[in-house]
Design a binder for this molecule. Structure first.
Ligand code: FMN
Length: 212
């Protein structure tokens, strides 16, 4: 039974562009057959706490001797890792917040990136190797090649490094910029360019969902 894990982190509710696109991807996934299921996790509505201690970055065998125990946090971390490992594909809504990823999404990354367990360290452990992760990133302003802000995106790069280089997943990124054209009068002149980016993202997500 193929499972898609759908993560959302936007705080914009129904106005969220990334939520609309991850939902569309989930719909395309379900359309692939009655056996295709979706597990959704809303990292904004049910925000994860931060890891309570640095030792939880490591599996138990690699934690420093005498590291304090955090049974509740360890149970939560194990459940998040199991949820990820149980998925056949991942779609992540990743809005740009202050040129970076929302802290709610970062907290999830901190829980699931465990060297020696989900990523190689002392052992060549990469249980998600080869599975597909689709990052759907949305940002209010313009980051076109050649623009003054073309290198200001620090949302996708850390996600890509973790999912692709550390976890070994096959990562695809679908980006929509100029979303402020929907709500900020000063950006209204970008509306047609936003619409074109949005339509291109829809097409690309449909293609990716069909190819999985
Ligand atoms: C806290 C916060 C910080 C933001 N920072 C940026 C930013 O640094 N650059 C940018 O282009 N847009 C920024 N935006 C705008 C969002 O990237 C934009 O609204 C995007 O569409 C958010 O994704 P969503 O539509 O799924 O909520 C910010 C929005 C919020 C709420």
């Amino acid at each position: 039974m193929p499972v898609l894990l759908q993560l959302d982190s936007s705080s914009a509710g129904d106005a969220s562009v990334s939520r609309r696109l991850t939902a569309e991807f989930a719909t395309r996934w379900r359309e692939r057959g009655a056996d295709h299921t979706v597990v959704s996790r809303d990292l904004h509505a049910e925000a994860l706490p931060h890891l309570p201690h640095a030792s939880l970055h490591w599996p138990p065998r690699l934690r420093p001797a005498g590291a304090p125990a955090f049974p509740e946090a360890e149970t939560r971390q194990s459940a998040l890792i199991d949820e990820l490992l149980g998925a056949d594909a991942l779609v992540v809504g990743a809005p740009m917040y202050n040129y970076s990823l929302p802290s709610t999404l970062k907290a999830w990354v901190d829980h699931i990136h465990v060297p020696g367990l989900t990523a190689p360290f002392d052992v060549d452990s990469q249980p998600l190797r080869g599975k597909t992760a689709v990052i759907v990133t949305t940002r209010g302003a313009i980051y076109d090649q050649g623009s003054a802000t073309e290198n200001w995106d620090h949302t996708v790069p850390p996600l890509r490094i973790i999912l692709e280089s550390a976890l070994g997943m096959r990562v695809e990124t679908v980006a929509v910029s100029r979303t402020l054209a929907l709500s900020v009068p000063a950006m209204a002149g970008e509306r047609a360019a936003f619409d074109a980016e949005y339509a291109a993202a829809q097409r690309e997500l449909a293609r990716l969902a069909a190819a999985l």
